[in-house]
Design a protein. Structure first.
Length: 576
């Protein structure tokens, strides 16, 4: 199997865009390595998909292995050096059959080594294709102190996982009167997860307790309860989040975690005093919906290529900007997922930590004890990081430290509050960062907004309204030349509207299925660096954005509207 055959098979399945394939071939030639190895390293396609495609090409079965079942007796059959040299691992032994996993089963030298091992042990061979992650997991078991660890575990038993934040929603009823309140809270939180609500608002009013969910960016009332239940329900939530029950005069923050449908769900709780009682806002953090890959964010092929290229740089800053609730953190986590490998040290400073990610060292700032972004960033630099993520650049000190980190060999990811991508530069200069340093430290500036995604079964094509035609034409004029051939939209323009069907299984009668981001990306180029070094004006920045082919946010949204992904009216409103 050649690299070209693998690339073509992945493209045929729609897993590898043409631009990414071309970049992969070029990088393989430049680094004089196989495209398959780079494909795995850069995670351009999920490992399992690559392995499954190889399986189809080579006619060798793919297997997702349970590394916990690989014991020390199996490891003795294939020496550590052989395993590493040929990227082969033992999976199981059945009587006179040794089953192995191979990354490159068509490697002739690896085949010869395995035949020698089989002859020595008087066994036949069975071969599966496996992924690099599974191989790396088994390699860890070859550690010289692994036997000592196993002996210690056997002596003391496997410790139960302890988590101060983990709770059972239904537990804690001390009396018959507690049980209904516990059931109401548990049902509400479970319903929020099942309907994919991002937030739950529990609001005491004069004559009732109102419960609202934020669904697809909009608040909707889902239930109400008698005002007499306000205090018991809010107290129950405070108990779960370990907040002070006797403090209702000032806001409190907490969080807890529970298991729903086999998934760890995090709830971030904030209380706020009002004349009618304490209001509670709960952020629902479900990794299955909140953690996304870069390709799931809504980036078009052109912008995806720009972001991936910037993320591949060994140092520099990637700054994401937009208002509160525009999906900036989701984009940051998507970038970190792409970069998360065993050979890099990723350290984050967050306020708060929203999703816990394996392999990443996450820390939550606590300004009340003097541990803020600036002081935390100083400590991070002593932790030998390769990649640093800071939740937000808020002040001059953090901005200066972030730039210095980017200049000293670290990739820096963070967010900023500006209206658009171009606004990042004047904002950083306002934070006392010299323009000549920006030219050396900034890699990419990304701005984004969230708009509702139309249900594919409930949308209907309609002629664009007269008032919208001018906005569409203006947006299409802003397309770079390389984009105009792909976006071949002509009059009369068609847009889409939502006509929700009550029995629709996809959107359940809402007409909207989640949200998708619209983006614009402004790159640091040699020309932009020259502008910053000699003194700049906003018009010069706009001209440079046009010269480098930036797709404005409104244009990106209009293209999505013409393709039937989103409502044109919402795009125009969000990009006003």
């Amino acid at each position: 199997m050649t690299d070209q055959e693998l690339i073509q098979a992945l493209q045929k399945k729609g897993l590898l865009p043409a631009a990414s394939a071309a970049k992969l071939v070029k990088e393989a030639e430049l680094r004089q390595r196989s495209a398959e190895d780079i494909l795995y390293e850069e995670r351009l396609v999920p490992e399992a998909e690559v392995a499954q495609t190889k399986s189809e090409l080579l006619k060798i079965p793919y297997k997702k292995i349970d590394t916990a079942s690989v014991g020390s007796d199996l490891l003795t059959l294939i020496p550590k050096d052989t395993s590493r040299a040929y990227q082969v691992i033992p999976i199981e032994k059945r009587r006179d059959l040794l089953v192995v996993g191979m990354l490159h089963p068509d490697n002739l030298q690896a085949q010869e080594a395995l035949r020698f091992i089989a002859k020595q042990n008087r066994v036949s061979l069975g071969v599966y294709i496996v992924t690099p992650s599974d191989i790396a997991e088994v390699w860890r078991k070859y550690a010289p102190y692994q036997t000592e660890i196993a002996a210690a575990v056997k002596e003391i038993g496997t410790p139960q996982r302890t988590d101060d934040l983990m709770v059972a929603l239904e537990e804690g009823a001390r009396s018959a009167e507690d049980a209904p309140v516990i059931k109401i809270v548990a049902s509400t939180l479970r319903e929020a997860v099942e309907t994919k609500a991002s937030d739950v608002h529990i609001e005491p009013e004069k004559d009732k307790l109102r419960i609202r969910f934020r669904l697809d960016g909009r608040l909707q009332e889902v239930a109400s309860a008698p005002s007499a239940l306000s205090q018991p329900i809010i107290s129950r939530i405070k108990v779960l989040a370990r907040l002070r029950l006797d403090e209702n005069r000032k806001p409190q923050d907490g969080r807890f975690r529970t298991v729903i449908g086999g998934r760890d769900i995090d709830y971030r709780v904030s209380t706020f005093p009002t004349p009618s009682g304490e209001k509670v806002a709960i952020r629902v953090l479900d990794p299955s919906t909140g953690l996304k890959g870069l390709k799931e964010l809504g980036l078009n092929e052109y912008n995806l290529g720009l972001l991936e290229k910037a993320a591949d740089e060994p140092y520099g800053m990637i700054l994401i900007t937009g208002p509160t609730g525009s999906g900036k953190t989701t984009t940051l986590y998507a970038i970190m997922q792409k970069l998360n490998r065993d050979d890099v040290n990723i350290v984050t400073l967050e306020d708060p930590v929203e999703y816990f990610m394996d392999g990443i060292n996450q820390s939550q700032v606590k300004p009340e004890i003097g541990y803020d972004f600036a002081s935390g960033l100083r400590q991070i630099l002593r932790q030998d990081p390769d990649i640093i993520m800071v939740g937000e650049v808020r002040d001059e000190e953090t901005a200066g430290l972030a730039v210095q980190s980017a200049l000293t060999g670290h990739l820096m990811l963070s967010t900023l509050h500006t209206n658009n991508a171009i606004g990042v530069i004047p904002r950083l200069i306002d934070l006392k960062v010299p323009g000549f340093l920006l030219a050396s430290s900034l890699n990419l500036m990304l701005a984004q907004r969230l708009v509702g995604r139309l249900c594919p079964d409930c949308k209907k094509a309609v002629p664009a309204p007269e008032g919208a035609v001018k906005a569409i034409e203006s947006a299409l004029q802003d397309l770079p030349p390389s984009f105009k051939d792909k976006a071949d939209f002509k009059k009369p323009y068609q847009v889409y509207r939502s006509e929700p069907q009550p029995d629709c299984k996809i959107c359940k009668g809402k007409g909207i299925v989640g949200r998708v981001a619209i983006f614009e990306i402004f790159r640091m180029t040699r020309e932009l660096g020259t502008i910053l070094n000699k003194g700049w004006s906003e018009n010069e920045l706009l001209d440079e954005a046009k010269r480098q082919g930036m797709v404005p946010m409104r244009t990106d949204g209009v293209l999505k509207a013409l393709q039937g992904e989103v409502l044109l009216e919402e795009v125009l409103r969000e990009t006003e």
